[in-house]
Design a protein around this ligand. Structure first.
Ligand SMILES: NC(=O)c1ccc[n+]([C@@H]2O[C@H](COP(=O)([O-])OP(=O)(O)OC[C@H]3O[C@@H](n4cnc5c(N)ncnc54)[C@H](O)[C@@H]3O)[C@@H](O)[C@H]2O)c1
Length: 285
């Protein structure tokens, strides 16, 4: 999609971080923007801020884990703006810890938001884009979706799944010859509130009081906070996404140490050797 002006974008997880930056960048191209998020107050604030900057916005409280909420989001969008051209399935949450200790509540919550949220977005919006025969789907995966690391098994699993799902979608649309593009956004550490994801964990999926909390889990939580604090500005990620939509580019990857970690993993697979642990840390060389 080359021309954004006057068209309509829907962004989930738009109240904060990468989603808010995406909404702002798309609005900056003259798009009408529908902001969807589960965090009510932050959502209203984000929509008001963008409207104050001159954007035409609609805020729809949406829990992406609930299929009916995502259907209602599409209905509200079509009622208000009559079309959807870009859908960013971006809402996501993080939790860390040892794979064998992660309580089922962690799995249900993270897979619900990070994977099923994208599934609901695809099931709801792709038929609309196909009907128009115009549009672009952006699914937020992560560099954690092209690498693997210890103490992040639940999150990495969700992001690998989003990448595979996005690749399948890409193939299907290409085989149809549809004028609907797909991009998989794989950011590195970004300065957002992802390290405070617990703020949106629903009560029924809270970790049980007796769930084990390993030292590795605590260290990982601290590492995530440090990493996002020195992370890439979300605006940089949003600019990459605009370029990818314009260029119809699928992989929106990070460079540097993360890219090398991804290449090492692909080489492990190619050679059939055991997984190399290559922490994505810049060496300065
Ligand atoms: N920040 C990073 O370092 C980083 C790196 C790679 C990928 N990502 C991915 O980027 C995406 C955006 O995260 P972020 O870093 O901007 O974090 P963030 O916490 O700043 O924003 C995430 C947004 O998702 C919303 N959300 C959470 N649960 C939801 C639900 N059930 N329904 C609707 N909205 C919900 C939150 O309210 C929040 O506004 C996520 O998919 C995340 O996994 C982030």
């Amino acid at each position: 999609m080359k021309d954004f002006n006057g068209k309509v974008a829907v962004v989930t997880g738009a109240a904060s971080g990468i989603g808010l930056a995406l909404a702002r960048a798309l609005a900056g191209q003259g798009m009408k923007v529908v902001l969807a998020d589960v965090e009510d107050e932050a959502l209203r604030g984000a929509a008001e801020t963008l409207a104050g900057e001159g954007a035409e916005t609609l805020a729809v409280r949406t829990d992406v884990t609930v299929a009916d909420d995502v259907s209602a989001l599409a209905e509200r969008t079509l009622d208000r703006f009559g079309a959807v051209h870009v859908i960013c399935n971006n809402a996501g949450v993080f939790t860390g810890g040892l794979t064998w200790e992660a309580p089922l509540e962690d799995w249900e919550w993270v897979m619900g938001v990070n994977l099923l949220g994208v599934v609901h977005g695809i099931r709801t919006f792709v038929p609309i884009l196909l009907e128009q025969d115009e549009g672009h789907v952006v699914n937020t995966a992560s560099m954690a979706g092209v690498t693997s690391m210890p103490f992040t098994g639940v999150y990495c699993t969700s992001k690998h799944a989003v990448l595979a799902l996005s690749e399948s979608l890409y193939h299907e649309l290409a085989l149809r010859g549809a004028k609907v593009g797909v991009s998989a956004l794989c950011p590195e550490e970004v300065a957002t509130r992802i390290d405070r994801s617990e703020r949106n964990r629903p009560d029924h999926l809270k970790r049980p009081a007796d769930a084990p909390e390993s030292a590795e889990g605590v260290v990982m939580q601290e590492a995530i906070t440090q990493a996002v604090n020195r992370g890439t500005p979300p605006e940089t990620i949003a600019a990459r996404v605009l370029d990818a939509i314009r260029d119809e580019r699928f992989y929106v990857l990070s460079d540097g140490a993360w890219r090398r970690a991804c290449e090492t993993r692909l080489e492990d697979i190619r050679l059939g050797r055991n997984p190399t642990f290559s922490p994505p840390v810049e060496t300065g060389s």
